[in-house]
Design a protein around this ligand. Structure first.
Ligand SMILES: Cc1cc2nc3c(=O)[nH]c(=O)nc-3n(C[C@H](O)[C@H](O)[C@H](O)COP(=O)(O)OP(=O)(O)OC[C@H]3O[C@@H](n4cnc5c(N)ncnc54)[C@H](O)[C@@H]3O)c2cc1C
Length: 491
């Protein structure tokens, strides 16, 4: 029995690996020249730019997610880098650090702002409550039995006070409870301000409990290991194979039509590209899905975020500098306004990313897809704007670290349109829909009403997305096929 998988990102690779393990014959069709999708990296002038993983949830060996990463070849013998500090934020002459060690973070925050004691103690307590939380990845919700659901509910009992207090407010509203401006900035830098406040605590707990670290070799190498695992299991991956249409006959998905006119037949089709591509382009908008329609239309409840990802080579070893730093900068023009803050990261922990004695630095800014899309209509203006912005950022980095003057070289600026072009990312989004207090019905069962034998995977089924969501939903698509074919137990 044959499964045709559309897209060779993390979801597609996971679907392929589990399809092979379950005894199916599978093929992954990927439009790009390499697998990995958004989980990627690229080389520039002797430097490697990691385009994705800042933290990989599921690096703690006791978790179910870690076991999945090992089973898919992504982790296992791979070294994992565990930074001591989540972020360092400089604001109005004060420096706030969020350490890996929660007690150290508590002491530090109390020292910075004794007046915020009650709120700091609450933050620490709430974060600790998330330590034991595990992302459900065994079975999809629709395949769970009643006892499974009860167990899942029980596993979340420590979180009830947090959800009662923070479930209905945004991060932006939550940080207003803190009096100290620099601590407010540090908390704001954790996730997007319009996200539900508890997402920050989940993120901090993931990092602080040793479950959100950086695998050696970075994102591209991780995807490559999964691709190799898939091929070792007998899977076939075809690159530069763009799917143009999903062939549906009499209500059954029968395969796909490629852009070059070839038809590829399968007993099941598993699209793992963006759901927007699947529904609007590959199924030509002929099938409606109310859940996705609402999510794509209601940007307030389900916001999307895209970014400018500017990378730099530095002629110095920055190991002694903060690896994740947010600092104030003299204002520089950005889109139709200006910015006065920069968030930068260096990757000195990873020797393969830069020649000896040099470093690679990434600056990351939230950006408007529409603005950059319009700019790209004139390629010269688009190129010039990216270079201008990159050079402005170089100047701000040099102003903050005068000893680096003349050593910082602009390598590359990726815009939301870059992500759209290379990865097919809807509106250049780097994650799925944001989780806000207004968001409902977050998870999707991967089915499209009116089509049998089609099971979607990918980060859009599990907001807010990320590589673990891609991994798990890719696996779940195959689990649903196994259920339909009465194949069990799932391997
Ligand atoms: C800058 C940045 C930083 C990030 N940081 C993190 C992080 O720290 N931690 C984290 O967990 N996540 C992070 N993410 C998000 C993460 O990269 C994604 O959530 C994840 O990779 C999505 O995987 P996916 O398989 O669902 O989709 P994708 O990676 O989008 O894969 C879909 C694949 O389908 C292919 N495709 C599309 N259309 C077609 C077609 N018609 N025919 C054939 N193939 C097609 C695409 O080329 C692509 O390869 C980051 C992303 C970015 C951009």
């Amino acid at each position: 029995m044959r499964i045709v998988i559309i897209g060779g990102g993390i979801a597609g690779l996971a679907a392929g690996i589990f399809a092979q393990r379950a005894g199916f014959d599978s093929v992954i069709l990927e439009q790009h020249s390499i697998a990995g999708g958004l989980c990627t990296g690229w080389d520039r002038k002797g430097f490697h730019i990691d385009g994705c993983i800042h933290w990989l949830t599921g690096t703690r060996p006791e978790t179910d997610l870690y076991r999945l990463w090992v089973e898919t070849g992504a982790l296992g013998n791979t070294e994992v880098y565990q930074p001591d500090v989540f972020t360092t934020v400089e604001h109005d002459g004060e420096t706030v650090m969020l350490y890996r060690d929660l007690d150290r973070t508590r002491e530090h925050l109390l020292e910075v702002s004794p007046d915020d004691r009650a709120e700091i103690e609450r933050l620490i307590d709430y974060t600790r409550r998330f330590f034991s939380f595990q992302m459900p990845c065994g079975k999809p919700f629709d395949l769970m039995s009643i006892p499974d659901r009860i167990r899942l509910g029980m596993s979340m009992k420590d979180l009830r006070p947090v959800m009662k207090d923070l479930g209905k407010i945004t991060l932006g509203e939550y940080v207003e409870r803190v009096k100290h401006p620099a601590i407010r900035e540090a908390l704001r830098s954790g996730v997007v301000e319009t996200y539900s406040a508890y997402i920050l605590l989940f993120t901090l707990a993931t990092f602080m409990s040793g479950n959100g670290d950086r695998p050696a070799g970075g994102s591209r190498a991780l995807a490559k290991r999964m691709e190799e695992r898939y091929i070792d299991l007998g899977g076939k991956i075809e690159l530069r194979r763009e799917v143009k249409e999903i062939v549906v006959r009499e209500g059954y998905a029968r395969g796909v039509l490629l852009a070059d006119g070839t038809e590829v037949y399968g007993d099941y089709v598993v699209p793992t590209c963006d759901t927007h591509i699947t529904i609007q382009r590959l199924l030509k908008g002929e099938y409606t899905d109310r859940g996705f329609e609402e999510k794509y239309a209601n940007h307030r409840a389900y916001p999307l975020f895209s970014c400018i990802y500017a990378s730099f080579g530095v002629d110095s070893d920055l190991s002694a500098y903060p690896a994740d730093l947010v600092f104030q900068a003299t204002p520089f023009a950005f889109e139709d306004g200006s910015r006065d803050q920069l968030s930068i990261k260096h990757y000195c922990y990873e020797p393969s990313f830069a020649p000896e004695g040099k470093s690679v630095v990434i600056a990351y800014l939230h950006a408007s897809y529409d603005w950059w899309k319009q700019k790209r209509e004139n390629m010269d203006a688009y190129g010039a704007e990216k270079t201008r912005l990159g050079n402005d950022i170089v100047q701000r980095i040099e102003a903050r670290f005068p000893e680096l003057r003349g050593e910082v070289t602009l390598l590359d600026v990726a815009s939301p349109v870059t992500y759209e072009r290379y990865c097919g990312a809807y509106r250049g989004a780097f994650m799925s829909f944001g989780i806000t207090p207004e968001a409902k019905n977050l998870n999707h069962d991967g089915r499209i009403k009116g089509i049998k034998n089609l099971y979607m995977g990918g980060q859009w089924l599990m907001p807010p997305g990320g590589v673990p969501a891609a991994l798990v939903t890719g696996k779940w698509a195959v689990q649903r096929i196994c259920r339909a074919e009465k194949i069990g137990p799932f391997p």
